[in-house]
Design a protein around this ligand. Structure first.
Ligand code: HEC
Ligand code: HEC
Length: 473
């Protein structure tokens, strides 16, 4: 039907020009039709292929998804990564006061790995403040004598002076020409009278879905195990009435173990770090405690809540599916170091392994919002969680105490930091004060005092084995 008679060569010169042109144009049409058909088939093919396969080159690596997700779950993972990296604008709800424009800004180290730690402590850390309540007995003694035991009733979190967490940027300080010069918002700074000032480093979030999926009773069980193996080291489980579900949950997130779920932490991070209000804290006042913004600013602010539910769900989903850090090479030295870690009883608090529940649901990022839907993620079910933490708080002594009670933890209590991914970390301890593992260990006091003395007394060889082990995490 086509092809044979279009060239002059084999059909002879007798055919007239008109018919040759006709033939050419009908050929063009046919090719065009074939092209369109081909494109449709290709698109359909790619679509069908994507239903059974999503290219995930970073599966299982830092910032990539956990292994074993379905194509649908993977697609949602990559779609929500964009939200984690997205810089919010004032029109989208950023501010009026905030600390960062995106989650990624403070959770992006090592470079470009979504969900990492803060790039440096000063700009991506958060400052918390407080002061002792003068009427309480503990206000009458020298601070250093009582700092480790300060509790909720002893401390004023200075809500109306910018506390408990300072907001160090505002839309008018960051977007200078956008707002009238006589309509400026004062940024948070340490107020006079703040006695307790705590710098908090932004931790990495890798493997957080596994941590979230540890059943509550298993964490509580750790308390009893520790009481049995060494009561001196035994930690405390903290619980929280999850503000999103009104159900009590065992806490596991935050330096002071102040949160139990990723959704709750995310909602707080959106509010406190970015000023984005959600349907849980619908207005800026309830989110920050600050109500004295200049009136003129309100006409520039978007309607509240800023997030109608989606952003919170998208971010919580993304964190839940971030792969845990894998282990580095396991040499003979590393194996010997692991034994030292156990003998010293570091492993009592830094519990090497726990396990996730047999059925795990994660918030669906495509929830209609404010209604939240959940979806089962089989890739997180009955999985080992090699986090090296018991998810309990321990009394760590004066050197580490910040005096600020939070989420049920006292001034000197901290959640055992998960040690997985230690070799990628730039800043250690809650305030990022050191990058030296030896120094971080020597800072342990309180309940860990004897363990650290034993560590210090180790022969050099065993010490270097232990460090090799820690650097393999
Ligand atoms: C200005 C920097 C900053 C921004 C922006 C920020 N974070 Fe954080 N993040 C921190 C700091 C600091 C901590 C430690 C807080 C604490 O526990 O005291 C933290 C802790 C966390 C934790 C708990 C970590 C753990 O070890 O349990 C989660 C989860 C988290 N952030 C999620 C988010 C999400 C989601 C966003 C975006 C909505 C976000 N963060 C934005 C600084 C930031
Ligand atoms: C009583 C429980 C306990 C014992 C025992 C203990 N730790 Fe810790 N460890 C903690 C807590 C709690 C923190 C968090 C302290 C902070 O940031 O202020 C921590 C923090 C660390 C850190 C810093 C991690 C980071 O990313 O910031 C390292 C490293 C560490 N521990 C190693 C060890 C080693 C090695 C031993 C044994 C010699 C040990 N720990 C014994 C509870 C313990």
């Amino acid at each position: 039907m086509f092809g044979k008679d279009n060239g002059g060569e084999n059909s002879g010169e007798s055919e007239n020009v008109q018919s040759s042109t006709n033939a050419q144009s009908s050929n063009k049409n046919v090719w065009l039709q074939r092209g369109i058909l081909g494109a449709i088939l290709l698109a359909t093919g790619i679509y069908l292929f994507q239903q059974v396969y999503v290219f995930a080159p970073d599966e299982g690596s830092l910032g990539g998804p956990v292994k074993g997700l379905t194509p649908n779950q993977l697609r949602k993972f990559y779609a929500t990564r964009v939200v984690f990296k997205k810089e919010f604008t004032p029109e989208e709800g950023l501010g009026p006061l905030f600390n960062g424009k995106s989650c990624f800004e403070c959770h992006g180290q090592p470079t470009e790995r979504v969900g990492g730690e803060g790039r440096d402590v000063v700009s991506t850390g958060v400052v918390r403040i407080g002061r002792r309540i003068a009427q309480r007995p503990k206000a009458k003694q020298p601070l250093k004598d009582v700092i480790t035991g300060l509790g909720q009733d002893d401390v004023d979190i200075m809500l109306f002076q910018g506390g408990p967490a300072l907001e160090r940027k505002s839309i008018t300080s960051e977007f200078v020409n956008k707002y009238p010069p006589d309509c400026q918002i004062e940024i948070g700074s340490v107020p006079s009278g703040a006695e307790l000032i705590s710098l908090r480093h932004a931790p990495p979030l890798f493997g957080f879905g596994l941590i979230e999926a540890i059943p509550d009773p298993d964490i509580v069980q750790n308390v009893f195990k520790e009481l049995k193996s060494n009561p001196q080291l035994a930690g405390r489980a903290l619980s929280q009435i999850d503000p999103l579900t009104y159900r009590p949950r065992i806490s596991r997130f935050g330096w002071k173990n102040q949160n139990s779920t990723l959704l709750t932490f995310t909602q707080e991070a959106l509010n406190v770090e970015m000023g984005v209000t959600t349907f849980f804290q619908e207005n800026e006042k309830s989110a920050t405690g600050i109500s004295n913004f200049p009136k003129c600013i309100y006409k520039y602010l978007p309607s509240e809540p800023n997030d109608k539910g989606h952003v919170m769900a998208q971010l919580a989903y993304h964190q839940a599916l971030l792969a845990p850090p894998d282990r580095g090479p396991i040499t003979e030295e590393v194996k010997r170091g692991e034994k030292v870690f156990e003998q010293l009883q570091c492993a009592v608090c830094h519990l090497p392994e726990m396990s996730t529940a047999p059925i795990v649901y994660v918030v669906d990022p495509d929830s209609p919002g404010p209604e939240l839907k959940h979806m089962e993620i089989q890739a997180l079910e009955s999985k080992p969680v090699k986090a090296f933490s018991d998810f309990l708080v321990h009394q760590m002594g004066v050197k580490l105490a910040d005096g600020l009670p939070q989420g049920g933890a006292q001034g000197g209590e901290w959640r055992t930091t998960p040690l997985w991914g230690l070799r990628f970390k730039k800043f250690l301890l809650h305030d990022g004060r050191t990058s030296d593992i030896n120094e971080a260990i020597l800072a342990h006091g309180g309940q860990a005092e004897q363990v650290v003395k034993n560590y210090d007394a180790l022969p050099e060889k065993e010490k270097s084995d232990l460090l090799a082990f820690l650097k393999s995490l």
